[in-house]
Design a protein around this ligand. Structure first.
Ligand code: ATP
Ligand code: MG
Length: 380
């Protein structure tokens, strides 16, 4: 069960990116409202402490944040049936100047002290990067799945790799990749050219229909300014089939500044973008439900003191063993200094974390979060 106010939250989805400004908040907000439109109980949390954007993007019906139990419990604000929390709602005038290691506990407090009530999905708009705060949150909140946002420049593929690997390290599956601002389509120009052609047709000899059509296709064609993106490689490398290319669309950024999400206001004028968000929402739901099956099949991991071995037992009773020292060497946490691992290192507690990982508390005070795959690789 999750901690504090998160206890009745069923699934947690992280929306993340390595770089800032690629459209995480835009994706988080529109994903949350698309999920709501599909009938789910949804919450969204903005984890940016020093430049929160949720208050600008979505105006709550009642912007006053209420506190209960002597201030220890925070009641989320709400808009169009979606619960929301951000440091910008709690402290609208001051932006906070906490970063790095000090930011993580504050974000965790905001997340767990908020009384989310029963939610099907909580969308976390993660801070950019692959540092401590992202890892701490991934571990402490027990995130079920991640959506990685990127822009499709050739160099940014390295960022997608970093993002997916960061989640992979803590056993959180990346279920979708959004390529934001992937292309540009000049709808205004298309409309004007079409009007001019109609106007011209009434006064001068008709343009052949085929020429007219080719001209209109030409001006309305999407321009892939940065190339066609990374879809193929994503599918090949991680089997990630769920990719979405969203255009550079002024209506998306205008909605972002207006206090009302694009998904609610711009959908009628721009149905193709709204349908991409719908598809993202349904794919994330489907993927998360499929993960349940994998979860049901996950092994049990124990420390067998008599053999001095960590044992992973599958549902079918198959055992895999690994020595504590070897397992500790496989811990990829940046605080795990390989040179300092001693021969008498032992786990003192092992418990499941997320869908694909276990947390291990070691006798020297170190904590590891390791995917089940860590026990299988290079079996003893
Ligand atoms: N597809 C799009 N078309 C046009 N503008 C967009 C699009 N996506 C996002 N924007 C705009 O780009 C800016 C950055 O987007 P957003 O705030 O969602 O990014 P972010 O990754 O959350 O940034 P940060 O790292 O600062 O939190 C915003 O002004 C937003 O309105
Ligand atoms: Mg943001």
């Amino acid at each position: 069960m999750r901690k504090g106010g998160l206890k009745s939250v069923d699934k947690v989805i992280a929306v993340a990116s390595c770089k800032g400004g690629v459209g995480k908040s835009t994706t988080s907000v529109n994903l949350a409202f698309a999920l709501r439109a599909q009938g789910y109980k949804v919450g969204i949390v903005d984890t940016d402490l020093y430049g929160p954007s949720l208050p600008t993007m979505v105006t709550p019906e009642n912007p006053e944040v209420a506190f209960e139990n002597g201030g220890s419990e925070i009641i989320p604000v709400e808009a169009h049936g979606v619960k929301m929390m951000s440091m910008g709602f709690i402290n609208p005038t001051d932006s906070m100047v906490v970063r790095g290691a000090r930011a993580a506990p504050l974000v965790e407090q905001m997340l767990t002290r908020t009384q989310w009530g029963e939610l099907d999905f909580l969308v976390i708009d993660m801070p950019p990067g692959t540092g401590d705060i992202q890892l701490t949150l991934s571990q402490s909140v027990s995130i079920d799945a991640a959506v990685v946002v990127t822009t499709p420049q050739r160099l940014s593929f390295a960022d997608v790799v970093k993002g997916v690997e960061m989640f992979d390290k803590v056993g959180i599956p990346c279920v979708a990749v959004v390529e934001n601002m992937a292309f540009w389509q000049n709808n205004e120009l298309s409309k004007r050219v079409e009007a001019l052609l109609d106007e011209g047709a009434s006064s001068s000899p008709l343009l052949p229909e085929a020429t007219r059509k080719s001209l209109l296709d030409l001006v309305s064609a999407p321009q892939y300014i940065f190339g066609k993106g990374h879809r193929k490689r994503l599918a090949e490398m991680w089997g990630i089939e769920n990719t979405y290319a969203l255009p550079l669309e002024p209506a998306l950024s205008e909605a972002g500044d207006s206090g009302c999400p694009f998904y609610l206001t711009g959908a009628s004028s721009n149905p193709s973008i709204a349908s991409q968000y719908d598809r993202l929402a349904s794919d994330v739901v489907t993927e998360i439900h499929n993960l349940e099956k994998t979860k049901a099949a996950r092994p049990e991991v124990i420390f067998d003191a008599t053999r001095n071995m960590v044992v992973s037992i599958t549902k079918g009773g198959e055992e895999q063993i690994i020595s504590p020292v070897e397992l500790r060497r496989r811990c990829r946490s940046p605080t795990n200094i390989k040179e300092l691992i001693t021969d008498d290192v032992k786990p003192i507690d092992i418990f499941p974390m997320g869908n694909y990982a276990v947390q291990i508390l070691w006798n020297d005070g170190h904590q590891s979060l390791m995917p089940y795959a860590s026990f299988v690789e290079g079996l003893l």
